[in-house]
Every structure is written in structure tokens, then in C-alpha cells.
Design a protein around this ligand. Structure first.
Ligand SMILES: [Ca+2]
Length: 213
């Protein structure tokens, strides 16, 4: 057999395999466990001293567990394990920022062998988001296996780092004082009950000086 013929045969055998590998597998979100009957607000602090998703609050100040899990599957319904947590985001308003400068909250960990991961841990970050947050997979809005985009999740965010520069300092005191004089405003309503008063001052003061460092 000539060398040329062997090369042609070898190419014929490998090309289909290469074409199959070039297909980008679809990623779908299933089994999303979040069940909130009203919006929940997540409290974030740059030093990570916030309560995490399990300590979110509903309007009025009562605690609600906003932690949740979900699974990633491919187009065959098979789990996608070891998917990197950095590529699984919750994003709402661009005023939200984490300690790495990302305008989002990333998942707790890479997906496990069943393709499952969670959002539950305290967030190290600042800023705020008055909008329900979308779940994103590698920068694209999450889809279910029918290809429909998931509804935004009714989770809002705020915390004492009002300007989102990842430190709670004089600049935040200035903003808080303005909001306190107004008496209302979501970002400084840290005990989320519609008014900015003593209870919010206490929470703000407790975190003064905290930063991402
Ligand atoms: Ca700040």
C-alpha cells in the first residue's frame, strides 16, 4: 500500500471524529430549586460578613432562605459535571460588583457529578441591584431544555458599600447621609422596610471600614 493511500485512509478515519468534537455541547438548566413567594433582598458586604442567601430578607425585614440549587445538563439530558463556578453568574443591575470587580455573583462551586451547584454563600462585594437577577451560563442567559429563557429570579441586592467601590468609607457615609435626610431609597434601606431610620444607621455603622482587602 502506498504511503499516499495510507494517508488518505487515515484522514478518512479521523475527520468524522474531529467534526463531532467540534460541536459545542448545549447547556441547559434544570431542577432550579428557588421558590420565593415575594422578592428577597440579599445583604452583601465587601469582607464577606453578610449572611449569605439563607439570610436574605423580604420587605419588612423578616428573614427568608433565598439559597437555591440547580443542575446543568446537555442536549441528551446527561449531567454536565465539573462546570466552572466562575461561568455561572447571577446578574442584575450593573451597580452590583464583587471583590474581583465582576458585576455579578458567581456560584458556590463547580458542578458536581450530577451537574448540580448552588448559590448560598455570603457574597464578598458591594453596590446594589433593584432588579430581579438573571442566571447566566458562560455569559448567555440560562435556558431550559426546551430552549426557553429562565424567568429572572426575584432576588435583589444591597449593602453598606453604597457606591460599590468595594470599601465602606467616607464616600459611603456621604451617600448614606443624603439618603437618611430623604428618609427613603432602596440602597440605604439596609433593614428593608421602606424607611431609612435608626435601624439602618445601626446596620451601616456596624460595617463601616469593611473592605475587600
Ligand atoms: Ca464604598
Amino acid at each position: 500500500m502506498s504511503t499516499r493511500l495510507i494517508m488518505v485512509l487515515a484522514l478518512g478515519a479521523t475527520l468524522p471524529a474531529l467534526a463531532a468534537n467540534a460541536d459545542i455541547p448545549a447547556i441547559y438548566v434544570v431542577d432550579l430549586s428557588l421558590q420565593l413567594s415575594e422578592p428577597a433582598c440579599l445583604f452583601v458586604v465587601p469582607d464577606g460578613s453578610g449572611p449569605g442567601f439563607a439570610g436574605a430578607t423580604v420587605f419588612g425585614g423578616d428573614t427568608v432562605d433565598a439559597s437555591f440549587t440547580f443542575r446543568l445538563v446537555d442536549q441528551y439530558g446527561d449531567p454536565i459535571p465539573h462546570y466552572p463556578y466562575e461561568d455561572l453568574w447571577l446578574a442584575g443591575s450593573s451597580l452590583l460588583v464583587d471583590c474581583f470587580g465582576r458585576p455579578c455573583i458567581v456560584a458556590d462551586a463547580d458542578t458536581d457529578l450530577e451537574g448540580r451547584t448552588s448559590f448560598s454563600l455570603p457574597v464578598r462585594g458591594g453596590g446594589w441591584s433593584t432588579e430581579p437577577m438573571g442566571l447566566f451560563v458562560a455569559g448567555s442567559a440560562a435556558q431550559d431544555p426546551e430552549g426557553a429563557f429562565l424567568e429572572p429570579l426575584p432576588i435583589l441586592v444591597h449593602g453598606p458599600d453604597l457606591d460599590g467601590d468595594r470599601a465602606i468609607n467616607l464616600a459611603d457615609i456621604v451617600l448614606f447621609t443624603i439618603d437618611l435626610a430623604e428618609g427613603t431609597g432602596f440602597r440605604s434601606d439596609l433593614r428593608w422596610d421602606g424607611v431609612i431610620n435608626l435601624s439602618d444607621i445601626a446596620i451601616f455603622a456596624q460595617h463601616l471600614g469593611a473592605s475587600c482587602e
